[in-house]
Design a protein around this ligand. Structure first.
Ligand code: AHR
Length: 323
């Protein structure tokens, strides 16, 4: 056999081996997913997208719903470690308290990927984090409000996310950064609505009562769309027009907020993609099939949407995506 033929054959075989490894991807791998719960439409969509992505890639996904409790997440992660899964995905409900359990995963050689929220722990305890820049999300929302109200005096009420969660901390910070130096814009009330529609409504009802039925409120900033939708209901129940009498700005870009925009009841939202699993599985694929270290932080986009961005079209485009 000539050298050229040998080389060609060799190249053919290694190309075949390469494509077999490539095609294998995460097929047959077992991945544990500790999800926070189902507090919002966005969270439900993230769960659906993760399950669909896992199925498309032939992954055996072990799903655990923590019902908003960190202790349940820690229990689930320990269970995944005991089962000897190939990797773990965690959407951490709060930012602190993860070191011990993530050290256990590391000692068991199981890579952990954080989804949509950050933690305060040494970076070597997780392979990568797939999330948005949450400070930027708050800043984008705040800059929209600054640009919209101009020089007008504007008292803002804020509905915060879950206490101690990274989006609640960072979205507050980013929004405040945007308002800094604009003395006409003041956050007069701020309270947690725990990222849920019902608490968003309840807290907004309290704000409205405390502010003369709403006369003293120019805008509501909600850390997610679900709380904004709850606030919109409270504003309507108080006999005011959301979107006109009180501006509504929030984060997520779920179908319901676009429906509210179509009705003239919401003014702006910042998009958070529910597809965190796609980049997470790509990172795990590279790592488990060849040891490629992904970027430590994989940052998703934070795009602003207003009624000028075809809200009906956005609603139609998203409504079948698992929300
Ligand atoms: O961590 C992402 C946030 O969590 C989403 O904005 C919110 O809707 C969810 O519950």
């Amino acid at each position: 056999m000539t050298v050229i033929k040998k080389l060609a054959l060799g190249a053919g075989i290694s190309a075949l081996m390469l494509s077999a490894a490539w095609a294998e991807g995460l097929q047959g791998k077992v991945v544990g997913f500790s999800q926070i719960g189902s507090e919002s439409g966005w969270r439900a969509a993230e769960t659906s997208v993760t399950k669909a992505e896992a199925e498309a890639r032939g992954i055996d996904l072990k799903f655990a719903d923590a019902q908003q409790k960190q202790e349940n997440q820690i229990k689930a992660i320990r269970g995944f470690i005991a089962q000897g899964v190939d990797a773990i995905l965690v959407a951490p409900v709060v930012a602190t308290g993860w070191e011990e359990v993530l050290t256990e995963a590391k000692e068991a050689n199981i890579p952990v990927v954080l989804l949509d929220r950050g933690i305060e722990a040494p970076e070597d305890l997780y392979l990568t984090s797939v999330a948005s820049d949450q400070v930027k999300e708050g800043r984008v929302a705040g800059e929209w409000l600054v640009g919209t109200v101009g020089d007008k005096q504007c008292n803002v009420v804020e509905l915060q996310g879950t206490v101690g969660s990274s989006p609640a901390i960072n979205r507050k910070q980013g929004f405040e950064e945007a308002l800094a130096g604009h003395a006409n814009l003041t956050i007069t009330r701020s309270q947690t609505g725990d990222f849920t529609r019902s608490k968003g409504k309840e807290v907004m009802e309290g704000f409205l009562k405390a502010e003369g039925g709403g006369a003293g409120i120019c805008a509501v900033y909600a850390h997610n769309d679900d709380m904004a939708v709850g606030a919109i209901q409270a504003i309507k129940d108080a006999g005011l027009k959301p979107g006109t009498d009180i501006l509504v700005v929030s984060i997520d870009a779920v179908p319901d907020i676009f429906a509210a925009m179509v009705a003239g009841e919401a003014n702006a939202t910042v998009e958070l993609t529910p597809n965190m699993a796609g980049p997470a599985f790509d990172a795990l694929d590279g790592y488990l099939n060849g040891g490629t270290m992904p970027e430590k932080f994989i940052i998703t986009e934070s795009k602003l949407y207003t009624p000028a961005d075809d809200p009906q079209g956005e609603y139609d485009r998203r409504k079948g995506l698992g929300y």
